[in-house]
Design a protein around this ligand. Structure first.
Ligand SMILES: O=C(O)CCC(=O)C(=O)O
Ligand SMILES: [Fe+2]
Length: 310
């Protein structure tokens, strides 16, 4: 039987930012995951977003295919993800949260909470994602605005992935590629993490949903930046026989930001493990081969802020 994991709970509304940053550091070293509460996005917005997601996924396949994935955004059908061909992979719709396209506009409120009054860049400054970036810098003994100073956040790349798992569908074991993920689920179980990927067979633990909380995890870019101090943890979604909806807000640095091992994460006895690399070059390497290039379905490309592929 799979055990349930008790992840730490981080309260974003706490006025003691130093203590919050310490708890985040501990959580990301130990688990790579935590629950985030009091983050400013009301439960009612989660509800509205899942209703809208359900409406979109129930459209006929030909309508969904018209939104086929291009430049990192749009519809990815069942089975198209290339994580593990032996499993039944979910369908998803990816929207870029900092744009004003018709499909994307409706999700801005959800992504940014009630603070959203436009323009999007202002809303982003107050979003839970941005606050987490500030707290992560503090957690790494850096200036709060460190990630602004290195140009990671001047044109951030936040993508909202709406995910749909029909009854028997799942997501195979993977780690996320970017910086930080904020995940909301409709409460149907299935998410599991494997804390020690070297152990064979791996021990998978359930991550129960907490109503109204985000499940937040570190992604590979942050693991690399921190010289593996913070853990990008292997996770998957198992089929439960119930239809399931979730939404993942993937926060990536600006494409041109160069990720160089953070000074607070290396020293003579622990030298940098990875050479510096531009965020876009790293992500391109990682995304290559991730999506099947089937007929009528665009190969995955990364886009700059004007929607041009790079
Ligand atoms: O649906 C979930 O609970 C997890 C989704 C996920 O891990 C992902 O999209 O990267
Ligand atoms: Fe993931």
């Amino acid at each position: 039987m799979t055990e349930s994991l008790t992840l730490p709970i981080i309260d974003l509304s706490s006025s003691d930012r130093i203590s919050t940053a310490k708890s985040i550091r501990q959580a990301w070293i130990e688990f790579g995951f935590f629950y985030l509460v009091n983050h400013g996005v009301e439960e009612e917005m989660f509800q509205r977003m899942f209703e809208e997601s359900s409406r979109l996924f129930s459209l006929p396949l030909e309508d969904k295919t018209k939104m086929s994935r291009k430049n990192q955004r749009g519809y990815t059908p069942l089975y198209a993800e290339n994580l593990d061909p032996s499993t039944t992979s979910k369908e998803l719709i990816v929207v870029n949260c900092l744009r004003n396209r018709r499909l994307e506009r409706g999700f801005l409120h959800w992504s940014f909470g009630r603070n959203y009054q436009g323009p999007e860049s202002m809303a982003f400054k107050r979003s839970a994602g941005k606050q987490l970036i500030y707290l992560s810098a503090l957690a790494l003994n850096l200036d709060e605005d460190f990630f602004d100073k290195v140009g990671a956040m001047d044109v951030p790349m936040p993508f909202l992935g709406l995910l749909h798992y029909p009854e028997i569908y799942s997501a195979s074991a993977h780690k996320d590629f970017g910086m930080i993920t904020l995940l909301a689920t409709d409460g149907v179980p299935g998410l599991q993490v494997c804390r020690d990927k070297s152990q064979q067979p791996g021990l998978w633990e359930d991550v129960p949903n907490i109503s109204g909380a985000f499940i937040v995890n570190i992604e590979d870019i942050m693991e690399r930046w921190t010289n593996c101090l913070f853990r990008s943890t292997l996770h998957r979604v198992m089929p439960t026989g119930q239809e399931r909806y979730s939404a993942a807000f993937f926060l990536d640095p600006n494409n041109d930001c160069v990720m160089k091992c953070l000074e607070s994460c290396c020293n003579e006895s622990c030298p940098p493990r990875f050479p510096p690399i531009r965020s876009i070059d790293y992500l391109k390497q990682r995304f290559r081969g991730f999506i099947h290039e089937s007929e009528g379905f665009s190969p995955l490309m990364l886009a700059d802020d004007n929607g041009k592929s790079m």
